[in-house]
Design a protein around this ligand. Structure first.
Ligand code: DC
Length: 228
């Protein structure tokens, strides 16, 4: 069997897509592309330039104008990759609570999505890529050789988010995190354009109660298996 050259991993916020996706890419020697970071970078650019997150036209123009680059880590500070916005390292800035709050609004704008999807497809055309997001298997790479839909219960995802923040010295109440996750799930699943849903040919991997190593093994197993 020829090795799969494009791997799509989709799923809701906090399902572990970035962690697992980065590990899969490392294991296979593929490029790792976290598309959520691109939407986050557009949201940050909107904040920096005082663009109203409700102004779809201005957001579309902004998404076409900014230069977003994702690459291997440039600093050894726990990051899985480096994100540059117009040449400036914004890897941690795009993870702030402020960006968490507005990013779904930015990501639902069709012109923003068109600009990001075009870049994602251009990057994937080179092959050997693990791309993670919400619409990779359905819209960005419908012909991906392998599609995984990684998911976990909202309670589990809130717990993981809390642990991740705590590791960075930020303590947030679990209830508040759960509330934010449910709100983002709703916005991501109910939006008109490219809503979050598994592709028909995706394999769903439920990760409640699994360690990172166990979830990684399951995903690698799905990837290694020839498709029916
Ligand atoms: O995965 P994340 O939490 O970093 O994603 C940030 C936001 O971007 C989230 O609201 C969903 C959205 N997103 C999207 O609409 N399509 C993608 N391919 C990736 C992320």
């Amino acid at each position: 069997m020829a090795a799969p050259r494009t791997i799509a991993i989709d799923g809701p916020a906090g399902a572990g897509k970035s962690t697992i996706g980065a590990l899969v890419a490392e294991r296979l020697g593929y490029l790792f592309l976290d598309t959520g970071a691109m939407y986050r970078a557009v949201a940050l650019a909107a904040r920096q330039r005082d663009v109203d997150p409700d102004d779809a036209e201005a957001l579309g123009a902004l998404a076409r104008e900014v230069r977003i680059a994702l690459g291997p880590p440039t600093v050894r500070d726990g990051r899985a990759y480096t994100v540059l916005l117009d040449g400036v390292d914004v890897t941690w800035q795009i993870r702030s609570a402020d960006i968490d709050r507005i990013v779904s609004q930015v990501a639902r704008v069709p012109a923003v999505r068109d600009a990001m999807v075009a870049q994602q497809q251009a990057l994937a055309a080179r092959g050997r890529v693990v791309m993670v997001g919400r619409d990779i298997g359905t819209v960005v790479l419908p012909d991906a050789q392998r599609k995984v839909f990684l998911t976990a219960s909202a309670a589990e995802r809130a717990k993981r988010r809390g642990d991740e923040l705590a590791a960075r010295g930020q303590v947030r109440p679990r209830q508040e995190l759960l509330h934010e996750i449910l709100r983002r799930d709703q916005l991501d699943s109910e939006r008109a354009v490219s809503p979050l849903r598994p592709a028909e040919d995706a394999v769903v991997v439920q990760t409640d109660g699994l360690s990172v190593g166990q979830a990684l093994d399951r995903v690698l197993h799905v990837i290694a298996r020839p498709r029916a």
